[in-house]
Design a protein around this ligand. Sequence first.
Ligand SMILES: Cc1cc2nc3c(=O)[nH]c(=O)nc-3n(C[C@H](O)[C@H](O)[C@H](O)COP(=O)(O)OP(=O)(O)OC[C@H]3O[C@@H](n4cnc5c(N)ncnc54)[C@H](O)[C@@H]3O)c2cc1C
Length: 364
Amino acid sequence: MKKPEIAIVGGGPAGLSAALSAVRQGAQVMLIDRDPVLGGQLVKQTHMFFGSKKQYAAIRGIDIPQKLLAALQEEGNGKFDPRVNTTVLGCYDDGVLLLEKEDRAELIQPRKIIIATGAAEKMLPFPGNDLPGVYGAGAVQTLMNVYGIKPGTRVLMIGAGNIGLIVSYQLLQAGVEVTAIIEGAPKIGGYLVHATKVRRAGIPILTSHTIKKAYGCDSVEGAVLCNLDEKWCAVPGTEQSLAVDVICLAVGLTPQTELLWQAGCEQQYLPELGGYVPLRSEKMQTSLSHLFVAGDAACIEEAGSAMVEGKIAGLFAAADLGYAENVEALNETFSRELEELRSGPAGAKIRQGLSRLKGGAQVC
Ligand SMILES: Cc1cc2nc3c(=O)[nH]c(=O)nc-3n(C[C@H](O)[C@H](O)[C@H](O)COP(=O)(O)OP(=O)(O)OC[C@H]3O[C@@H](n4cnc5c(N)ncnc54)[C@H](O)[C@@H]3O)c2cc1C
């Protein structure tokens, strides 16, 4: 069994940043991702990123992984071992990981593990939601921005958070008509800058609206919408039909924590952070001392905070192995960056969720 010093599961912004942070400290890192290219969600983000300049704001998401990978190649000194097309199927309580690549299985026993597996999209229950033509926003983005395939011709977007707004704009850029964006809440959840952009392009955003059903014979041919009252109940008589061939769901994400459950990490249900999240200390160490976590797997946030959490997890996983140079100063810098990212009204929900989160290995 191979015994890398640190194995990182997930090569998105959190995993790449964790790898860079750990190799900079001198640790040897294996980075594992099931996708053919590293970058996670970023490989389909064609828009300029919002957030802080320190975390590549104003740079297109698709360009960020190249920057992190270039730094890893330059500073890795032979200690960086990336594995793509490789899925981690098992994470056991004795610290063993089960890897699968091209139908071959391999067991490894890293000394430390960082779980940076990102998030899964939430589904909405409504009649007809299993018809071909009902997609998650991530799938629509992957089709368009990774493979250059239009998902359809007329789209109904469900959800006016940042993802719904950004993907609607990207659909327009791809030449697809977006008939409407509907949102159950009485207010738009995403940033005003994105909402203004799509409205200026002629897409109506209908708040306090939901989908009642999708209809179609072999695939989606339309959707029935209705208004919602202040208790989120359908208002009778407000039904309207829209002819669309794609219904795109952008109704939230939930942390992908299956490997952490399997290993036996303690988790807590915190809706503000996206659902069940692992307990962890400020070092991003979970209730199992060999397991660290970072990014959307720890809390649904943004790439900026995912990168900083990755840097913290990489720093402390390496420190636990004895690579402890300059740890306090670096941690102070990273913690300040996280605080800045979570300050202001946009970070209020995350701050509230984190204030209710119990500690991980250091506290339990
Ligand atoms: C439309 C859209 C727009 C966005 N815009 C912005 C923005 O402007 N600014 C911003 O800061 N953020 C933005 N975000 C959010 C940002 O993309 C995410 O917060 C960020 O990618 C999370 O990083 P991560 O590394 O935790 O997870 P991910 O990027 O999801 O990476 C997780 C990786 O783990 C891999 N993986 C999962 N399970 C396994 C397994 N079992 N074995 C092997 N590999 C596995 C996956 O293949 C993936 O590569 C946007 C998101 C979307 C969807």
